[in-house]
Design a protein around this ligand. Structure first.
Ligand code: FA5
Length: 339
């Protein structure tokens, strides 16, 4: 029995077979148990001999069963590991990387330019007092120009700002000229009750620019804006200024950039003029300086306000401003900074 069992154990091919042998040989109805049970019929002097032999056989078979079981388990693990081998030469899975929104990229580029010129970048509140959004910018109550920038009111005197120009007034009030001239830009979101269409959004972006010092002239304004046009649209760009009207600047100008969409010749983008309208600008109105506590007899300044949304449309040939706000990754991925 011992020999036969050990041979069977050696040949067992899986854990199930090992268990079957255990039940068959060592189980309650197995031959060994029977031998041990039959001991009571043996003469007393034979019992210890037979008993210890039967126990030895049982232990040996038990050990053999256990050894075979762990042997089979090791084989199974080894086979599993061999099958699951990692192929380190397989190409990896590309991790998708985000990037700044295209409007953020345009704003960053302009910020970079002005930081290099020694300007400060200042943030202002989007929920603004009517006082700063209009009054301090020379737009008293009932001024007809308020119609051009109808907005969302929170209360009678608190509104969503319609332009970044209120940051001009806030900065001028605080500025200490003993520390040097005031040179700042202020990018941010603005809101208007405009109906959304291909070129208008009820929420869009502006970047305000302001310089106040002694002896500031329109030539300083033109030189600065020329640099903006060249930085964003290419070295060959020229600008021209046309008379315009803003209550907070005098004189005021509409600034055009030479058309780069059709080689300077006429095309629809340039309304067949060879120029593209880009921003509003002018010399800070004396009333605005005086209201902010700056003596307009001593100091003067220039200001401009540009729309990065419209700039991005021109730069990248985007025909609908709403595309910037739909957050469709397939659209936004086109403006990868990785090139
Ligand atoms: C202003 O808002 C003046 N604050 C700009 C300014 C600042 C003039 C400082 C002088 C001195 P305007 O309303 O034209 O001006 O708007 C400026 C720019 O914002 C426009 O040239 C245009 O690019 C952009 N813009 C205006 N309305 C919308 C709109 N609904 N959607 C997208 N962009 C707009």
């Amino acid at each position: 029995l011992q020999k036969e069992s050990l041979a069977q154990i050696k040949d067992a091919v899986d854990a199930k077979k090992v268990n079957e042998i255990r039940v068959h040989v060592l189980g309650k109805k197995g031959p060994l148990t029977e031998v041990l049970r039959g001991m009571r019929d043996l003469p007393a002097e034979e019992r210890p001999k037979v008993g210890s032999f039967a126990n030895k056989v049982r232990d040996e078979i038990g050990t053999a069963l256990e050894e075979r079981r762990s042997e089979l388990e090791a084989e199974r693990t080894a086979a599993k590991l061999a099958k699951e081998k990692i192929d380190v030469t397989l190409p990896g899975v590309q991790v998708k990387q985000g990037q700044p929104h295209v409007l953020e990229q345009v704003i960053d580029q302009i910020e970079e330019l002005f930081l290099g010129l020694g300007f400060q970048v200042i943030a202002g509140p989007e929920v603004e007092e009517e006082h700063y959004n209009f009054e301090m910018l020379n737009l008293p109550k009932d001024h007809p120009a308020r119609d051009m920038q109808d907005t969302f009111y929170i209360t009678d005197s608190i509104l969503m700002r319609t332009q970044t120009s209120p940051v001009q007034a806030r900065t001028m009030e605080k500025h200490d000229f003993s520390q040097g001239p005031l040179k700042m830009i202020s990018p941010g979101k603005v809101y208007r009750r405009d109906t959304d269409d291909a070129t208008h959004s009820h929420q869009f972006h502006q970047i305000e620019g302001l310089v106040v010092d002694k002896h500031i002239t329109m030539a300083d304004l033109k030189g600065t804006l020329q640099l903006v046009a060249k930085t964003l649209f290419g070295e060959e760009r020229e600008i021209r200024m046309r008379p315009s009207y803003f209550p907070f600047t005098e004189p005021s100008a509409e600034v055009d950039v030479s058309c780069f969409k059709c080689g300077g010749k006429g095309c629809a983008v340039c309304k067949y003029t060879g120029w593209i309208e880009t921003l509003g600008a002018g010399m800070v109105h004396p009333n605005v300086l005086n209201m902010a506590g700056i003596d307009s007899e001593v100091y003067g300044g220039f200001a401009f306000g540009l729309g990065p949304d419209r700039f991005a449309m021109l730069k990248y040939g985007v025909n609908d401003i709403r595309d910037f706000y739909l957050n469709d990754v397939r659209f936004l991925e086109q403006f990868s900074q990785k090139g």
